[in-house]
Design a protein around this ligand. Structure first.
Ligand code: ADP
Ligand code: MG
Length: 677
């Protein structure tokens, strides 16, 4: 093989025969459904197969083009190229058999296709199979690449009359109807019908997900066995908080989440639990009760929030609730004066602080806890998994409670947080009225301002949100400030506030406080209020340029209203001109308030990486599986992995010998567990 070809292969990730084996076709052509050329007509989009009978250049200069005619015994058709002529001229050879895929045109009596998709096909006489696998072309490099046909031949050589070692136990393959490895590879590389590849690929997805789940479960067991759980039970503070201080009873969902937590923290094992609940389901109360159980048991509790505004809100909340209990609550953020900070750190280190609320400043090196027992991480998915482990690496082994910011679709949660137990808070506190959500255009502004005035007269408060996109922060800030000035002019008798991320934290806090205490009626804001902010009296939210927000973000924003007893309204302002996807997002928002449904839709639109919004989202890189498409397999393999390890933790049973072998390899070097063997 030429070095150029080797390099082209290498750039496509193929450096060994094993790589080739796992380089799967991107699609298949079913020869039995390919039309005879004589039967095609103009306007049809079809695949035809024929032998190349002529290759001709025509025209001059800009009008130059390449005509390649193929004949299949019934008739002929021409492929026409206007670009890349010299490349395509070299690519074709008279006598070769190719497939054209494209839309048929007719000039006079001559059929043609412009720039059809081309694949080399084995000559009809020698081709034994009805289904032709089409491989992704390898990188085009220095005029060399490897065609699908060449790859097909190589792979056939590798696989013909050969069997491959099986790793998955018979009982698992039987239960989940998975073909063995040899058959799966044959199904994928030389199928006899179009169902075979799906079945073969499903097997490899299953295997990959099972290994992933086994490794996560193993790590989890490992961590649990290394970190004996601190033993906690609820005591006087906990009881008093729930029975006397809290002005309402817990919802059933809150109850059952709390039960899970109480069980965990008294189980002798370290808790690692994710609390999933829709926006407004009341996760904070569950967190506070859990922190109190820690305090009751002689430990410190910490609560980490993703933004200063949120940390401050939690701090005020806790102070208000816990003042009667005499618990010393402290706030630690990145923006405090040196002397204040010293004072706080001393309190934390000496054990004076019972509960510490803060931003990520909490996990910085300088912070030493006296007896940290429980960490609550609020609105996770803004924090990378990384930071979560950071805290644990400081030699502390507190129980960990993670609260999700946005409902995360189950499949994603089970993958991303596969080392966590998950509790769901189902339902919202009773007495909430559904939020009316509508889409409006500029022409309705006068009506909207009138509506705002009416709501304010009735005692309601209004958020007006402007988008903030990082690249154009300055421009968007201008949007918010211009909007602010405009509203001040329009509502001279009403207090209007402005909040954005560039303000100093004391300023932000002051603005937020005026709004939450009802002194400000209209709060103009960028997305800094997106997550967690709780002002139950606010009943109207107007989102400007709503088409620029993602679905989950809109849902989060909307979650700032409808938190009290007031009937709430969300008005999504947008342009008449907007993309199809934007239209779908806004329609989804208007149609449903179910966070899990919205999250599913968002995940489908954006894919898992963007959905989570961080590069280090901790999402594993799967080679075959797709956590959006393969939700069922994710769930099946998670349950199966748990069952396998419960029954045979060391995979020592004979029936698990193959699994153990490949699992070891996977554990050592995930990327290289694929092998010829
Ligand atoms: P989220 O789950 O979005 O973090 P919060 O914890 O901020 O929601 O709670 C939203 C609002 O609901 C708060 O004002 C809170 O006091 C209130 N709330 C929480 N639990 C209940 C309940 N069981 N009954 C009535 N109101 C509740
Ligand atoms: Mg919250």
């Amino acid at each position: 093989m030429t070095p150029a070809r080797l390099e082209a292969l290498r750039q496509s990730g193929i450096t060994s025969p094993a790589d080739l084996l796992y380089f799967f076709p991107r699609r298949y052509i079913d020869r039995t459904t390919v039309l005879p050329i004589a039967s095609v007509h103009a306007g049809q989009t079809v695949t035809v197969i024929g032998k190349i009978i002529s290759i001709e250049e025509a025209g001059f200069g800009k009008k130059k083009r390449l005509h390649v005619s193929i004949f299949d015994g019934s008739s002929r058709i021409e492929g026409v190229w206007f670009k890349g002529i010299s490349f395509f001229k070299k690519r074709f050879k008279t006598g070769n058999v190719v497939s054209f895929y494209g839309t048929v045109k007719k000039f006079g009596s001559q059929f043609s296709m412009s720039h059809p998709d081309v694949e080399d096909i084995e000559d009809g006489d020698t081709a034994s199979r009805g289904v032709v696998p089409i491989y992704p072309s390898t990188n085009f490099l220095k005029n060399t690449y490897v065609t699908s046909l060449t790859l097909q031949r190589w792979v056939r050589q590798l696989t013909s009359n050969r069997s491959f070692e099986e790793y998955l136990p018979q009982y698992i393959r039987q239960e989940y109807r998975l073909p063995d490895r040899t058959t799966s590879l044959k199904y994928i590389h030389s199928p006899e019908d179009l169902r075979e590849p799906d079945s073969g690929i499903r097997r490899f997805k299953f295997e990959e997900l099972l290994l992933f789940q086994l490794s996560m479960q193993t790590l989890r067991e490992d961590r649990i066995s290394k970190n004996p759980g601190l033993n906690m039970t609820q005591g006087a503070n906990y009881e008093q908080f729930l029975n006397d201080i809290l002005p309402f009873g817990l919802t059933e969902g809150q109850h059952s989440a709390l039960e899970d937590i109480l069980y965990d923290i008294s189980s002798g094992k370290q808790m690692n639990r994710l609390i999933q609940g829709d926006v407004g389901s009341g996760k904070t109360v569950v967190a506070i009760a859990s922190l109190l159980a820690a305090v009751d048991s002689g430990y410190q509790g910490a609560m980490m929030a993703p933004t200063e505004i949120l940390a401050e809100q939690h701090y005020h909340n806790l102070n208000e609730y816990l003042a009667p209990l005499g618990i010393n609550v402290r706030l630690l953020t990145g923006n405090q004066s040196a002397s204040l900070r010293r004072d706080i750190l001393t309190d934390i280190e000496g054990g004076n602080a019972g509960i510490v609320v803060g931003t990520h400043a909490l996990i910085q090196d300088k912070v030493r806890f006296h007896r940290l027992g429980l960490v609550v991480i609020d609105e996770q998915h803004r924090f990378g998994v990384l930071q979560r482990s950071n805290l644990l690496n400081k030699g502390m082994h507190p129980h960990v409670l993670v609260m999700s910011a946005t409902p995360i679709p189950r499949s994603l949660a089970m993958t991303l947080y596969s080392d966590l137990d998950i509790s769901l808070i189902k339902g919202l506190p009773s007495g909430r009225k559904p939020i009316s959500t509508v889409v409006r255009y500029d022409k309705s502004r006068a009506d909207i301002y009138h509506f705002m005035r009416e709501e304010i007269k009735k005692g309601g408060q209004v958020y007006v949100v402007f988008p903030l996109v990082e690249e154009s922060e300055a421009v968007d800030l201008k949007d918010a400030s211009v909007g602010y000035e405009h509203l001040k002019d329009l509502f001279p008798d009403v207090e209007v506030g402005l909040l954005h991320g560039r303000m100093k934290s004391v300023e932000k806090e002051a603005v937020m406080k005026r709004f939450s205490t009802g002194k400000t009626q209209i709060l103009v804001s960028t997305t800094v209020i997106e997550v967690g902010v709780n002002v139950p009296n606010a009943s109207v939210m107007i989102i400007e340029h709503a088409e620029r927000f993602g679905l989950s973000q809109l849902h989060q924003l909307r979650g700032r209203i409808g938190r009290g007893s007031r009937k709430s309204y969300c008005i999504l302002m947008t342009d008449v001109k907007r993309s199809k996807e934007a239209k779908f997002r806004l329609e989804t928002m208007a149609r449903t308030a179910d966070g899990f449904e919205i999250a599913e839709a968002d995940l489908k639109l954006r894919g898992p990486g963007d959905f989570l919004g961080t590069k280090q989202s901790g999402l594993p890189d799967f080679r075959f599986a797709d956590i959006v498409e393969d939700q069922q397999l994710v769930q099946q393999t998670r349950e199966l992995a748990q069952k396998i390890l419960r029954e045979d933790a060391g995979l020592d049973d004979d029936k698990h010998a193959g699994l153990k072998k490949i699992f070891r390899r996977y554990f050592k070097a995930k990327a290289q567990y694929f092998s010829m063997g």
